[in-house]
Design a protein around this ligand. Structure first.
Ligand code: HEC
Length: 140
């Protein structure tokens, strides 16, 4: 019986270790040349695509790729500028298309640079707007 409990504990540790590896939190500063792109992402994309499992975009992409690719857009290294631009300007499913009056071509170029940069240069994940608002209101 003791042995079973020990085995169960090891199994739980192993599973949480795997989950931890998948959700690796990124730390560190964002390269200054990527800061604007990260801001654009935080404002327009993070509400659906941040590294949080209950968001519309992250949840959809988790279902679409079933773990073969990271669900959070910011953790992807396979996206290219033309692909990102196509989705941003046309939308998909319930992702709306974004007009140049919302995300200018310069903003889109900065966003593309951020989402295609090597992961260490991107620094920590962009904050979720809702979290930021809560912090600013002093609620957290
Ligand atoms: C209202 C929520 C929402 C917002 C805001 C949003 N998206 Fe999406 N996005 C989605 C959904 C839902 C999908 C479709 C997932 C699927 O195909 O199942 C998606 C898909 C994508 C894809 C395709 C990924 C793939 O591998 O299929 C890209 C790229 C993308 N979004 C980029 C962005 C960018 C960049 C922004 C910010 C400018 C953004 N999205 C804003 C909800 C959103």
């Amino acid at each position: 019986m003791k042995r079973l409990a020990l085995l169960a504990a090891v199994a739980v540790l192993a599973v949480s270790g795997i989950a931890g590896a998948q959700q690796a939190t990124r730390t560190g500063p964002t390269s200054p040349d990527l800061a604007h792109g990260r801001d654009v992402f935080a404002r327009w994309c993070a509400p659906c695509h941040a590294a949080s499992p209950r968001l519309a975009g992250t949840m959809s992409l988790a279902a679409k790729y079933e773990g073969r690719l990271p669900a959070a857009l910011e953790d992807r290294t396979d996206l290219t500028a033309p692909v990102i631009s196509l989705f941003v300007r046309n939308g998909v499913a319930w992702m709306p298309p974004f007009r140049p009056t919302e995300i200018s071509n310069d903003d889109l170029a900065a966003l593309n640079a951020y989402l295609t940069a090597p992961l260490p240069r991107r620094g920590a994940h962009a904050p979720l707007l809702a979290d930021e608002m809560m912090q600013r209101s002093g609620a957290q």
